[in-house]
Design a protein around this ligand. Structure first.
Ligand code: NDP
Length: 303
């Protein structure tokens, strides 16, 4: 596993090859380095351009993010991934934001350009690909019940509306956060029906056959309650939990018990990573995703 680097190591950086990095706080748990380095090693076997590409991880407290991004640019890192808590903070620090990422208000992928970083967000793409691949579910024309109103829920909601879902119902524990999310979503897909509700009081007229997506952090710990009781919803078509560690949350166990097709968030992580690599390298995400999936599975099993 690559060592955890800091701003101090970056100040003395003189590696001649093409470098990529993920920044987070904490970063130790991230499986992005093995995932990307496996894909790069695979590409290098058939394409010499990738022989000197490598992906590093940096522990960066929020106060150091502006200086770190400036220095990474000066050292000509080709690309950067951002994870908790930097996705929103970086939004205001980059030169250009891709149009699709603007309503998300957060970036997870930066591309080096002469005039500064270009910011993208590949999380929504990752979710859509994961739903299609793991559950055969398409967001276009689907009824979606989304759990959560934080950063991951916002990128999921934007993706649902941009892809033309049939309706979007969002449940969140804290009403103020739910209302704030509904407000930022208001200009998107104005004709698409959306509403918010409390997870312990689902409205009677929610649609049956919806895709349920958990974008809360409820489930990260085994003792966490499920973010919603699936039995209180009209029978969904499928359930996706963005959490992948643990691999089977309480919500997914309930979905299995009810006989519902379900998937955890590992495929989402893989596809957002493959899309980021596409932005940096031009290699289609579909080409690198299988190798990333294998490496991510191995990295999680090795913990
Ligand atoms: P945020 O901190 O921005 O949002 C957390 C959300 O979870 C809020 O809606 C919060 O509700 C809710 N929540 C937290 N604890 C509980 C609880 N005990 N019961 C009910 N609701 C709760 O986090 P993110 O949006 O960044 O991440 C959310 C989840 O998505 C995480 O588990 C993360 O690991 C996962 N994720 C997975 C990705 C993947 O690639 N698979 C990518 C990104 C995220 P409230 O407003 O009431 O506080």
């Amino acid at each position: 596993m690559a060592p955890v680097l800091t701003l101090r190591e970056l100040e003395h950086w003189s590696r001649p090859g093409t470098s990529l990095a993920v920044l987070g706080h904490p970063i130790r748990h991230s499986i992005s380095p093995p995932m990307h380095n496996a894909a790069l090693a695979d590409l290098a076997r058939s394409d010499v351009r990738f022989k000197d590409w490598e992906y590093f991880r940096f522990e960066v407290p929020p106060a150091d993010l502006p200086a770190t991004l400036r220095l990474l640019h000066a050292k000509r890192f080709r690309g950067v991934n951002l994870t908790v808590p930097h996705k929103v903070l970086a939004f205001d620090l980059v030169a250009v934001i891709a149009p699709a990422a603007r309503p998300v208000g957060a970036v997870n992928t930066l591309l080096w350009t002469e005039s500064g970083w270009h910011g993208h967000n590949t999380d929504g793409y990752g979710l859509a690909e994961a739903l299609q691949g793991a559950l055969g579910a398409s967001l276009a024309g689907a009824h979606v019940i989304l759990l959560g109103a934080g950063g991951a829920a916002r990128s999921a909601a934007v993706e649902c509306l941009q892809r033309g879902c049939a309706s979007l119902s969002i449940a969140n524990r804290t009403r103020g956060n739910l209302d704030a999310l509904l407000e930022v979503l208001a200009p998107l897909g104005p004709d698409i029906r959306r509403r918010g509700f409390a997870p312990d009081a689902p409205p009677d007229d929610l649609p049956a056959g919806a895709i349920v997506i958990n974008a809360t952090s409820a489930g990260l710990h085994d003792s966490d309650p499920a973010p919603i009781d699936l039995q209180r919803l009209p029978r969904p078509a499928s359930v996706c939990d963005m959490i992948y560690n643990p691999p089977r949350t309480r919500l997914l166990r309930q979905a299995e018990a009810l006989g519902l097709p379900c998937a955890n968030g590992l495929a989402m992580l893989v596809h957002q990573g493959a899309k980021a690599l596409e932005i940096w390298s031009g290699i289609p995400a579909a080409r690198t995703a299988p190798v990333m999936q294998e490496a991510a599975t191995r990295a999680l099993a090795g913990r």
